[in-house]
Design a protein around this ligand. Structure first.
Ligand code: GUN
Ligand code: ZN
Length: 376
């Protein structure tokens, strides 16, 4: 093992309960209690929310996307305005994804080689070359606390040979990223390997031998059955170096978080709470409220009577929120986003309290029963 090396960063586990861990991730922009959920601020904002509203949901770290900020407004603009912190006025910790995953889903005419990705911007068709060195230079200029290595994420139905090749190339890119990183910026390695636990563990060991500040599990929720993802997480997450934070990328639902925390994961990001909010879907501890449904036309109750978020506490009825949504009023997008992020903030805070009290199993049982009850 070759542990974290970047000055100003540390990770400390305070308690465990089964494989679940409660800890603290220290960054130059403050401490992040873990388990933690990172709201997604792709283009430098968590859609519809101001930084103080995001922080009020309990979040102490947000995610930005290198791909988007590189193409627009460009890393030079962000750097000139004080980096992503100065530009966005988010005062707490930030992490940027490295760009390859987004280039894969958004860009046109992509080509992959040992050197990196070549693609056309989805905005103006400009040719862009994303190598491990470029990914680190751009993330260095954007200046989040934590950068991610450039990696290869095959689709869920890729062949065994593709998964092995993706791991091998991701390891070679890991070395190049570490050689090119800013000395004062943390960087996490990304474990691939599909749904093969042995391949995942072998890849995790290769990356743990390098001085990464954290280890991420990539390549999940990419089309494989969710039950299989959880089986693999149960086998793999707890084997990742205990000295470093473990980050499950792009996952997931409240159910997924409860299960993955139980498997030993510390950090999450997902567009689900913010994107679903803008589609009129509120998440609660007892399932979903699809606000456009006619059943809410005269419903005077808040989204969740047990919720303490500003939307529910203010007493906005489901009937009013439904009306706003059907009338395409922008306020409803904010009100449901606040509520959904508050649920995720509450989930990770309660999970942490349960781990500190040595009763994560009780917490998980109660949350899973609640979510299941409302699954209909
Ligand atoms: N976001 C969700 N999954 C992944 C992944 O496998 N790699 C990267 N870089 N980002 C992700
Ligand atoms: Zn609420």
């Amino acid at each position: 093992m070759s542990g974290p090396s970047t000055p100003g960063y540390a990770f400390r586990t305070l308690a465990t309960s089964g494989a679940a861990r409660a800890g603290v991730l220290t960054t130059p922009h403050g401490d992040v209690p873990t388990p933690t959920f990172m709201p997604v601020g792709t283009q430098g904002s968590v859609k519809t929310m101001s930084p103080d509203e995001v922080a009020a949901t309990g979040a102490r770290i947000v995610l930005g996307n290198t791909y988007h900020l590189w193409l627009r407004p460009g890393p030079e603009v962000v750097a000139e305005l004080g980096g992503l912190h100065g530009f966005t006025k988010w005062p707490h910790a930030m992490l940027t994804d490295s760009g390859g995953f987004q280039a894969f889903s958004l860009a046109e005419r992509r080509q992959t080689s040992e050197d990196g990705f070549v693609f056309r911007s989805h905005l103006d068709g400009a040719k862009k070359v994303l190598t491990p060195e470029v990914a680190m230079q751009v993330q260095g200029k954007i200046g989040a606390d934590i950068a991610m290595q450039l990696d290869i994420c095959p689709p869920g139905d890729a062949s065994r040979a593709d998964f092995e090749a993706a791991c091998a190339r991701t390891t070679r890119w890991a070395r190049r990223c570490l050689a090119a990183k800013r000395p004062d910026q943390a960087v996490f390695g990304i474990v691939q390997g599909g749904t093969d636990p042995a391949l995942r563990r072998a890849h995790a060991e290769e990356l743990a031998a390098m001085p990464f500040d954290g280890l991420a599990l990539g390549g999940f929720s990419v089309g494989e059955p969710i039950a299989r993802m959880h089986e693999v997480l149960l086998e793999v997450a707890h084997t990742l170096d205990p000295e470093r934070p473990r980050y499950l990328m792009g996952v997931g639902t409240p159910y997924d978080l409860v299960r993955a925390i139980g498997a030993g994961v510390d950090m999450f990001d997902c567009v689900l709470p913010t994107r679903n909010a803008r589609n009129g879907q509120a998440l609660t501890r007892t399932g979903k409220v699809v606000i456009k449904q006619a059943r809410y036309r005269t419903d005077p109750s808040p989204l969740d009577p047990t919720c303490t978020c500003p939307t529910c506490a203010a007493g906005y009825s489901r009937a009013y929120l439904r009306h706003l949504f059907i009338a395409s009023e922008l306020l409803v997008l904010r009100l449901i986003t606040v509520h959904n992020l508050h649920l995720y903030g509450t989930l990770v805070r309660e999970a942490r309290e349960a781990i500190l009290a040595g009763r994560y199993d009780v917490f998980a049982k109660e949350w899973l029963a609640g979510l299941e009850a409302g699954a209909a």
